[in-house]
Design a protein around this ligand. Sequence first.
Ligand code: UDP
Ligand code: MN
Length: 626
Amino acid sequence: MLRRNQVLCLGLVLVLAANLFLELRPKEAAQDLLQGGLHTRDGTVMARLFRLEKAVQQLEENMRLAGKQQAKVEDTRMKMNHEVHPAPKAAQGKAVETKKPAPQKKLFPSSALFQRWGEDLPEDEQKKAQDLFLRFGYNVYLSDQLPLNRSLPDTRDSRCLQKVYPAQLPSLSVILIFVDEALSIIQRAITSIMNQTPPWLLKEIILVDDFSSNGELKVHLDEKIEFYNRMSPGLLKIVRHTERKGLAHARNLGWEAATADVVAILDAHVEVNAGWAEPILARIQEDRTVIISPVFDNIRFDDFKLTKYALAVDGFNWELWCRYDPVPESWIALGDVTAPVRSPSIMGILAANRLFLGEIGGLDDGMLVYGGENVELSLRVWQCGGKIEVLPCSRVAHVERHHKPYALDLGAALKRNALRVAEIWMDEYRHMVYLAWNLPLQSSGIDYGDISSRRALREKLKCKTFDWYLKNVYPVLKPIHDVVGYGRMKNSLDRGVCLDRGPVPGNTPIMYTCHEFSPQNVYYRLVGELYVGPLVAENYDSQHCLTDPGHGEKPTLEPCSKAAQSKLHILWDFKQGGSVINRDTRRCLEITREPLGTRGLVLRTCTAQVWEIQFTLGAWGRADAL
Ligand code: UDP
Ligand code: MN
C-alpha cells in the first residue's frame, strides 16, 4: 500500500474524501446529502434517492480531487505524458478506418473513468469498462489489453545510471500482497519484477492472497504461476489466507514464507522500474537496520500512463494519514542526488533485511484492514534502533486507484488503527491523535484491540520515547500542548448548527448543520487562539485562526502564523458555557436568525449569548474551574 497514495499514500479514503467533499463544498450536494438523508423535507423517497445518487457521483469526483489534494506535491510533479501503451484494441481497429468514426454517446459522463479516456469506445464496451472499473477501482478493461511486459519510461535521475554497485549483493524475495486485484495487474507486476531484477539476485516472488473473492485469482492465477515456474523453476510461490485478515497480516504471511536475505514487500498493482533492486540490496548490505522506501511514480488509474513524482520523504499528519514532505535541507546540501534520504516514515511498500524485520517485530498483526500499520512500523523502527530511508535511484510505479474494492469506507479502520499506534507508541503526545480524529481521550468507544504484546515488545527492544522521535526524526510534525477544548462548537440558541470553516476557497466561517467531518473541528487553546477546520499542526502549512478583522460584522479565518505577525485580533476569551469575546476588540462571536431561517455568524457588542465546545481537557471545562 502506498498509502499510499501516498500520494499516493496516497489514494483515497472515504473519510478524507468526505471531508474534502464538505470542504470543497459541493454545497448543494452536501446539503442534499444531509437534508435528504436526515430530514424528510418535502421530497418523495424517489426524489431523495435521486439527490443522494447525484451527491454520491459528486463524492466520487471529489475522491479524485481528494487524491490530488492529499498528494500536496502537485506543483512539484512533472507530467511525463509518455504514451507507454498502444491504444486499446477497440481504438486500434478504428485507426485503420479511413472515415472518422461517429462520436460515441457517453454513457457515464460523470464517471471518473471517462474523464480523459474512452472517448471512442462503443457503448457496450463502455459498459464493460465501467463495470470493471467499479469493481476494481482502476481501468481493468485497458489493463487487460496492454502488454504485460510494457516498458515504462526510466524516471531515475541520469546520475543514478553512473552508480556502480558491489558485485556481491544479498538475495531478494519480492512479496506481492493482494485482495481482489485484477489478474492482468498482478501478472504485469510479476513480469516487471522478472524483467527488471537481475535473475541471480531474485530468489523468489511470493504472492499473498488475503482471501480474495475474485474467482479468477484461484485456478487462473495458479495456472499462471505454473507457467512462470516452467520458465524459472521455483520462482513463484503463493500463500493464501483462509479468511480476510487485512494487509498487515498479509505482509507478515509473505515475510514468513520468504527465504532470501532481503524482502521487498509491495502492493500487487505496481510495475518496478529499471534498476530498482540494486540500490536497495546494496544499502541493506551496508546497514542491516535500514528500512527502505523506493520512490513512487503514479500509474494513472484511468489511462495507465505514468506520472513521474518528485523526490519527497514519507510523513504523516496527526490523523496518521500519510503525506509527502519535502526532502531535508541537509540532504540537499550533500549535493548528491543519488544519496539515501532519511525519512520519518514509510508509505506501506518497503524493503528490509529479512531477519532484522523479524527481530523488530514485523508488522503489527493487530492492525485491521488498512492504515496505521505503516506509521506503527515507522515509529518502532526509529524508536527501537533502526532507520528509514528513501532511495532516489530505486523507483516503483504504483497504481493510485480511484477507490478501494475491499472497503466502502476505510474511515473506521484508519481511526481505530491510529488509536492503536497512539496508545502503543506516542506517550504524552497521544492526545494529538484523539484531537485530530475528534474523539474524547477517555471512553472513545473505539476498540483498538489488545496492545499488551506490542507494549511488551517496546520494553524488550528498549525503545526510545515518542518525544525523542519528534525532536530527532520528525520535527516538522508539531504537537500542541495547550488545547483545552475541542470538537463541535455550538451556541445555546440553536444546537442544530455548528461553527464551520465555510466554503473553500474562502475565509468566512459560518454556522452550518452539524455533521461529523473535519470542517467543523474547532480547537481552543489556552493562549486564546481558536482554530476552525481540520488540525494542521505542521510548520510549513497553516492552521486557520478565528479572527476579528476589526471592522464590519463578519469574522474571518486567517492563517494563524501570518495573522499573529500582522497583529490581527486572533485571541479570544472563552470558558465552557460562556461568551466568546475577542481580547482586543471586546466584541462577541454571536449568531443571528436570517430571513430564510438559517443562522448567521456575526461579531458585535455582546448580548450574553453562550457557547459550548464538545470535549474538554484537564480541569478547564469543569464547573468548579469556571
Ligand atoms: N490489501 C490486502 N488486504 C486488505 C487490504 C489491502 O491484502 O484488507 C492489499 C491490496 O490488494 C494492495 C495492498 O494491500 O496490494 C495495499 O492496499 P491499497 O493498494 O488499497 O492501498 P493504497 O496503496 O491505495 O494505500
Ligand atoms: Mn496500492
